[in-house]
Design a protein around this ligand. Structure first.
Ligand code: SF4
Length: 218
């Protein structure tokens, strides 16, 4: 541990019910480097913090920070941001997983750039990228879902894992990376122009019909 150099982190402060704060670490594809871990451990040790919790969106929350210590903890850890990047569920993909058909981690970086470029949106946009149809990246129940196959990428839009759970609408199959990203961008533009405030993509697609979405992304 002595030869590991501490790396600064970006994070979003979140107020908790009990008046304490959590810092939501903005991790790329859920990954913590050794330098980031050193920073987190040093900070936890310095301020007597005991809980670092994985979120469902492949992030980590450093919990239990008293309000009066928040500024000091922020200073110790790195940079506070107002908003964390949009949520991405990404599987290991072809580079690591023996079942992988496509490289989901590279696709996830490109999809995140598309999501961020096209915003803001009526409500949150969660994406899922999976290297094969087993879909560990929850791609069938995400606003945007990319699923790798032997001939390319399948793209789904408007899936949800909420109380109105449902699969996304299939926008295309066996696409190149560029074709898949272009479809995702068109679907996001449709959402931006037609979604109501705080309406998720799944509810918008139910309200307007899958045909309207499919027509818009042609
Ligand atoms: S979705 Fe497929 S490629 Fe990705 S981790 Fe699961 S089994 Fe592996």
């Amino acid at each position: 541990m002595n030869n590991i150099v501490s790396e600064p982190l970006e994070f979003m402060p979140v107020e908790r019910k009990n008046g304490t704060y959590a810092l939501r670490l903005c991790l790329k594809q859920g990954e913590l480097t050794a330098g980031m871990m050193k920073n987190v451990l040093d900070t936890m040790s310095r301020f007597g913090l005991t809980s670092l919790r994985a979120t469902t969106g492949q992030r980590m929350n450093l919990e239990g920070i008293p309000k009066e210590k928040l500024n000091e903890v922020v200073e110790s850890l790195g940079t506070a941001v107002e908003k964390a990047p949009p949520a991405m569920s990404v599987c290991s993909g072809a580079g690591l997983c023996k079942y992988g058909m496509q490289e989901s981690r590279g696709m996830s970086d490109k999809l995140l750039a598309v999501v961020m470029q096209n915003g803001p949106y009526p409500f949150k946009v969660k994406s899922g990228v999976s290297g094969c149809k087993i879909a560990c990246g929850l791609s069938f129940v995400r606003d945007i879902g990319m699923i790798g196959g032997p001939k390319g990428w399948d793209v789904n839009f408007g899936g949800a894992a909420t109380k109105n759970a449902g699969l996304g609408v299939s926008l295309g199959k066996n696409l190149s990376e560029d074709e898949a990203l272009e479809l995702a961008a068109k679907a996001l533009t449709f959402y931006k122009e037609n979604g109501r405030k705080r309406e998720r993509t799944s509810n918008m697609v139910r309200r307007l019909g899958a045909e309207a979405l499919l027509e818009a992304v042609k």
